[in-house]
Write a protein that binds this ligand. Structure first.
Ligand code: RFL
Length: 399
């Protein structure tokens, strides 16, 4: 039984079904919602290899495009890194997550995979007994209980899998990085041929291509900012504080458009408030319940790792389940948690480094001044040291 039809659940479902293992996916949302939820877009080279290995990469090969340059804009000027010529020499593939999910779903259904849309998992019961089960709510609200030999919790950070862990079953590592971004999707072509990272006294701004007609932008904003209207919200932090015009003016200022070229403006299609947080559960297994993707660990989008980890972990779990079910060999299942956590902590470490590269420490006391001098030196090393650039490229494009 798989909870959730995001990248993790669908990669897992596809590999299992293609290997003759029966499974059912329970997905809370309807199909249209799942196929239009815009989130990630930068796929690491290893993610593309995983998808290719399982015949899941046709769409991204046809419609995705390679991307390999990032541009940093700071008070000291700008510099570009072509990371496909550094580190492991690999580019990203840009392919919107909702298109990937659409492809994965089509492949899964074509292969005879079973999925229940509009069905919310409520709780996983008896995961540490020989008879685990999932209590779910059908689209008409009726409760239903599914028996399963194994349950893969691919239902994200707020899903039933995490909630069902009994106290003490896992340690939760949590870090709030104290930075908030307004995540924006603009109906506008990309404004530069690179991922743009702009550091400015007023805060961070980021630019990431999605398609020829849409671009994702990030704007560091004040803590407490909200994207949806709420009763009693403050005019300074509510969505009304961020009309399209203010967003574009602020992006242009922080990205130094006057010096480096104008931004191509358009309608803002989506505003999401993203608090930069890290959250890792350890271990990722409780009896028959396995945590995968965002359910296992949450990572800030500063280094674009979340969807990539989800795909990687799903493949690792799929192979382990196949070994167990077909060959009665449970060694890989026993090693699932430790193996994935090694990747997760590497990604967390790099993401943490990126956060400290891209954001000024708040305040003007000695500690903040010291941190900000370190940040400037970090950027300077990235600008001038080939060794540091190789390290950056390897971690930026890898998982
Ligand atoms: P998902 O994609 O959240 O899918 C979980 C699915 O589970 C369903 N669900 C339930 N179903 C049944 N019962 C329940 N109780 C359920 N509760 C939830 C949900 O409806 C959903 O369909 O998790 P998954 O598969 O682990 O995939 C993780 C990725 O989606 C996530 O890490 C990335 O989107 C993060 N991320 C990025 N990652 C990258 O690798 N590269 C990027 O460029 C990138 N950009 C981003 C991002 C995340 C963003 N947000 C959402 C903060 C940009 C943004 C703005």
């Amino acid at each position: 039984m798989i909870l959730g039809a995001g990248p993790a659940g669908l990669v897992l479902g596809n590999v299992l079904v293609d290997n003759g293992i029966d499974c059912v996916i329970l997905e809370r949302a309807d199909r249209a919602h799942v196929q239009t939820r815009a989130r990630a877009g930068f796929l690491a080279a290893n993610t593309v290899r995983v998808l290719e290995r399982h015949g899941l990469a046709d769409g991204l090969r046809r419609h995705g495009h390679e991307h390999s340059v990032c541009e940093f804009r700071t008070e000291d000027g700008r510099f570009r890194l072509d990371y496909s010529g550094l580190g492991t020499g690999e580019p990203h593939t840009v392919y919107p997550q909702q298109h990937l999910v659409t492809d994965l779903l089509a492949h899964y259904l074509d292969a005879g995979g079973r999925i229940r849309f509009g069905t919310e998992a409520v709780a996983v019961h008896d995961a540490d007994t020989p008879r685990p089960s999932v209590l779910a709510r059908e689209p008409d609200g009726r409760p239903v209980t599914w028996q399963a030999r194994y349950v893969a919790g691919c239902d994200g950070r707020h899903g039933a899998a995490r909630r069902s862990l009994p106290p003490g079953a896992a340690h939760r590592h949590h870090r709030d990085h104290g930075v908030t971004w307004l995540g924006l999707l603009a109906e506008a072509p990309p404004s530069l041929d690179a991922v743009g990272y702009a550091l400015h006294d007023r805060g961070f701004a980021g630019h990431m291509a999605r398609t020829s007609e849409t671009t994702r932008y990030y704007l560091q904003c004040g803590p407490g900012t909200t994207a949806d209207p709420s009763p009693g919200e403050s005019p300074a932090t509510g969505p009304a504080a961020w009309p399209d015009e203010r967003i574009w003016d602020e992006l242009a200022l922080r990205m130094r458009a006057a010096d480096y070229g104008p931004l191509r403006r358009g309608r803002i299609l989506q505003r999401t408030v993203v608090d930069l947080e890290s959250d890792v559960l350890e271990p990722l297994r409780h009896g028959a319940l396995f945590l995968v993707g965002d359910a296992a660990s949450l990572i800030s989008p500063s280094a674009a790792k979340g969807a990539n980890l989800a795909v990687l972990e799903a493949e690792i779990l799929a192979h382990a389940l196949i070994e167990d079910v077909k060959n009665a060999d449970s060694a890989a299942l026993d090693g699932y948690s430790a193996r994935c956590l090694a990747y997760i902590w590497r990604a967390q470490e790099f993401s943490h480094w990126m956060i400290r590269l891209l954001h000024a420490a708040p305040g003007s006391d000695d500690a903040a001044l010291f941190e900000n001098r370190l940040r400037r030196a970090r950027m300077d090393a990235l600008r001038t040291s080939r060794t540091r650039q190789d390290w950056f490229a390897e971690n930026y494009v890898g998982v």
